[in-house]
Design a protein around this ligand. Structure first.
Ligand code: FE2
Length: 142
C-alpha cells in the first residue's frame, strides 16, 4: 500500500500551513500503519480519532486565516473541509461500532484527497495570505 510522503511540490510557502500539512501526513501514515499491521479495530480507531482531531484543528486555523483576510474563495474551501471531516467522522464511527473498512480504498482516498486539496485549494489560500501580507503598508520612516 502506498505510503503518503511529503514531496516538495506540496510546499505552499506558508510556514504554519506547511508545518501542519506535514503533521497531517504523519497522522495519515500512522493510520495506514495501524490498518496494515493487522492491529485490532481499537488501535485503528484510535489512529483515526487522532487524525480527525488534528484535521479539525488544522481546518479551523486555515478558516480563521480566511476570515482574517476576507478570502473570496472561503465558501468553496470550507465546503471541502466540512465534507472530508464528515467522511472521516463516519469512518471513525464505523470503526467504533466494530465495522470493517476497505483499507486500500480508504488509504487511496485519503492520499488523493490530501494531495489534491493542498495542490489546489491550499495553494490559492497561501498565495492570497502572502499577497495580503505584502500589501500591508510598510512601516513609516521617521
Ligand atoms: Fe484547506
Amino acid at each position: 500500500m502506498a505510503h503518503l510522503s511529503w514531496t516538495d511540490d506540496l510546499y505552499t510557502g506558508n510556514k504554519l500551513i506547511d508545518g501542519e500539512h506535514r503533521g497531517l501526513i504523519g497522522l495519515v501514515n500512522a493510520l495506514f500503519e495501524s490498518m496494515n499491521s493487522g492491529q485490532g479495530n481499537d488501535r485503528i480507531s484510535q489512529a483515526m480519532h487522532e487524525l480527525i482531531a488534528y484535521t479539525g484543528n488544522h481546518f479551523g486555523r486555515e478558516e480563521a486565516q480566511m476570515e482574517r483576510v476576507q478570502y473570496v474563495a472561503s465558501l468553496a474551501h470550507k465546503a471541502e473541509h466540512i465534507k472530508l471531516l464528515r467522511q472521516l467522522t463516519d469512518l471513525g464511527a464505523m470503526l467504533d461500532a466494530g465495522g470493517k473498512i476497505n483499507i486500500p480504498a480508504v488509504s487511496d482516498f485519503l492520499s488523493e484527497w490530501l494531495r489534491e486539496h493542498i495542490l489546489t485549494m491550499d495553494m490559492k489560500l497561501a498565495a492570497a495570505l502572502q499577497m495580503q501580507r505584502s500589501g500591508e503598508p510598510a512601516p513609516q520612516a521617521h
